[in-house]
Design a protein around this ligand. Structure first.
Ligand code: M6R
Length: 614
């Protein structure tokens, strides 16, 4: 959940480290720090809170700091120890010659700490990471070789880590390694980089290599050598990254979240492109390798995911069951992994993840893989751990998503599920030709309908302003839009901190209705179809308890005007595709409420974009 970056070359290291950390801020933002070799001495600069605080410290000492051309940096999302300067990385050993940055969790840090204290190490932080600094220092004292010291240290540590290490006595060298945490090396001319993720490197180089688990890289300005844990040299596999630095700009929008909401019509077109070619051709998913005969015989699918991806998975369940008649179970990855999960080679297991690095989902798919299931991953990061471990892949092509609150990646996941469900239905022959035509046509015109909502966003902004002072919010829906209610509530709570909850409308009267009075806004998602009348009755029940009623609908039904204080009208759409349209006003509503309340929209408190710890 933290971000690490390292630079060795001939430029001012601190500038590159701070730029890199800025683009990794989505991974954490409760404290940060850099370690630089200045005039032959390792010096640390750390700050609590936002990265700007570190920038200010660097600015005040810039003349001295800017001399250094080697360094490592870190942005933290606290796991062990509160956000504080003492707990901020980099961490050092007793003599201060080793500096280390770490993303992940050292599970056996307590045992290691006892041993290291017995050897005379003094601990200055509450972190698990500090043990690694002392351990590397003690191994270096025996070997006088930094790569070997890091290798020996990793033989003793358990858990997940991406590490970058410098040593005062080993000039112009960074040693980095990983196990169950992402790490990428960037290759430049007379300079090399290492980072948790590509955005930290992309403005300097497009030549990169993803390090695999237990590999160790030794970087100097003009060399990069990779070995495995047994000391075998690994040939460099240099890839050219398909990323553009412009993806990381706000392009004139106030926040990344607003920009990413507006990108959604194009994202839908992107996801469809090359997969839905013509109305008559079957959907083409080149990276789905599941044998067609096996697909026809599948009798069960399990989908695992977390947060917003879990909501996309819930919509996925609904459409796969509808189109293909295969039973689908959806479960939060964190629950799936800690029970007697019944999975076998006749079960398709789908993992859904924007980042492809969510620890719980990685553990869940590994567990299912061990039991023989075919693993299909729906992810926005074809370069991620999950994608690399997948048997089949559906890349969602949403481009880099910077805002912590997922919006465009959710849209891309939904569209991917429609494509996957249609693909499977075409293989199985479980859906009529007319129905297929209608669905494909609706998918093609979906971007125009999203555009229409975005053009009228001021209407939603007004409603947001009116309801921004409420402390609680309820979202209700039924059927395929129940996940939309959950996702609408999640968006609102994560960026505005309002206590928002999504309920199945039919469940209201089994408990939640007790909370209703004129201090409770209830937003009902009323898309035309099977459950429209049912939700209307549930909304009547809520109105009878004086709740402040808001409708989100594609209906022009006049009855709604009496029942609802505010109505958000969106273009008409078939019920089965409606989640992809209904979510857009809810994203905007959450955005405008948070923005009106002056919240930190792109970096909400306590959250990180990539949750790489279980
Ligand atoms: O990268 P993933 O899709 O696996 O992440 C899962 C959740 O952490 C993520 O969706 C989270 O809930 C978002 N902040 C929601 O906006």
């Amino acid at each position: 959940m933290c971000g690490i970056v390292g630079y060795v070359g001939d430029k001012t290291a601190v500038d590159i480290l701070l730029e890199g950390l800025t683009s990794l801020e989505y991974r954490g933002y409760d404290s940060s720090g850099v370690a630089l070799n200045i005039d032959g001495k390792v010096e640390l600069f750390k700050a609590q809170g936002k990265l700007q605080n570190l920038r200010n410290i660097v600015q005040n000492n810039y003349t001295q700091i800017s001399k250094s051309t080697i360094g490592i940096g870190h942005i933290r999302w606290a796991t062990h120890g509160v956000p504080s300067i003492a707990n901020a990385h980099p961490h050092t050993c007793n003599c201060g010659k080793v500096a280390i940055v770490h993303n992940g969790i050292i599970e056996n840090f307590k045992e290691l700490k006892v041993k290291l204290e017995a050897q005379g190490c003094t601990f200055r932080s509450q972190t698990d990471t500090e043990t690694v600094a002392h351990l590397v220092a003690s191994k270096f004292a025996q070997t006088h070789d930094l790569t070997e010291a890091v290798r020996l240290a990793t033989l003793e540590i358990e858990g997940a880590y991406a590490l970058a290490v410098i040593h005062q006595d080993v000039k112009n060298t960074i040693v980095a390694t990983r196990r169950n945490a992402p790490l990428v090396i960037g290759f430049g001319e007379g300079e090399n980089f290492v980072a948790s993720d590509i955005p930290a490197l992309i403005q300097y180089t497009k030549k990169a290599m993803y390090l695999d688990d237990n590999q160790i890289v030794t970087l100097t300005p003009n060399s990069a050598k990779v070995i495995d844990i047994e000391k075998n040299e690994i040939p460099l596999k240099v890839e050219t990254l398909p990323w553009e630095p412009v993806a990381l700009s706000k392009m004139g929008y106030k926040h990344f979240m607003l920009k990413e909401i507006h990108e959604q019509p194009d994202i839908v077109r992107n996801v469809l492109s090359g997969k839905l070619r013509t109305m008559d051709e079957p959907i083409s998913l080149d990276e789905v390798t599941l044998d067609k005969a096996k697909l026809k015989d599948l009798n069960r699918i399990q989908i695992v995911a977390c947060g917003t991806s879990l909501h996309a998975a819930m919509v996925g369940k609904y459409i796969i069951e509808d189109f293909c008649g295969i039973p689908v179970e959806v479960e939060a990855s964190s629950e799936y992994i800690y029970r007697k999960t019944i999975t076998d080679e006749n079960t398709l297991v789908i993992g859904v993840s924007q980042s492809g690095e969510t620890a719980d989902t990685i553990t869940a798919i590994r567990l299912a893989k061990k039991k023989g299931s075919h693993i299909l991953i729906v992810t926005n990061r074809p370069d991620s751990t999950m994608a690399r471990e997948a048997d089949s892949l559906v890349p969602v092509n949403a481009g880099i998503e910077v805002s912590v609150a997922a919006t465009k990646s959710y849209m891309a996941q939904l569209i991917s599920f429609y494509l996957l469900a249609i693909y499977m239905a075409e293989v199985k022959g479980s859906i009529s030709k007319e129905e297929l035509m209608d669905l494909k046509h609706e998918l093609i015109v979906l971007p125009q309908k999203i555009d229409k909502i975005l053009t009228h966003k001021e209407d939603i902004q007004k409603i947001a302003r009116k309801f921004s002072s409420f402390k609680d919010f309820i979202f209700v829906a039924r059927g395929i839009n129940f996940p939309t209610a959950l996702e609408g509530a999640l968006k609102l709570k994560e960026i505005s901190y309002i206590n928002a909850t999504g309920y199945s409308a039919g469940e209201l009267k089994h408990g939640p209705i007790a909370m209703l009075d004129d201090s409770m806004p209830v937003l009902a998602i009323l898309m035309k179809g099977k459950v429209y009348e049912k939700i209307l009755s549930n909304a009547e029940e809520a109105k009878a308890r004086n709740a402040r009623m808001i409708a989100l609908t594609d209906s022009d039904d006049q009855k709604l005007d009496e029942l609802f204080e505010n109505i958000i009208r969106i273009p008409e759409i078939s019920e089965i595709l409606s989640p992809a349209l209904a979510i857009v006003p809810l994203q905007l509503l959450a955005y405008y409420i948070a923005e009106f309340l002056g919240k930190d929209v792109d970096q909400p408190r306590n959250l990180a974009k990539s949750v790489t710890v279980e």
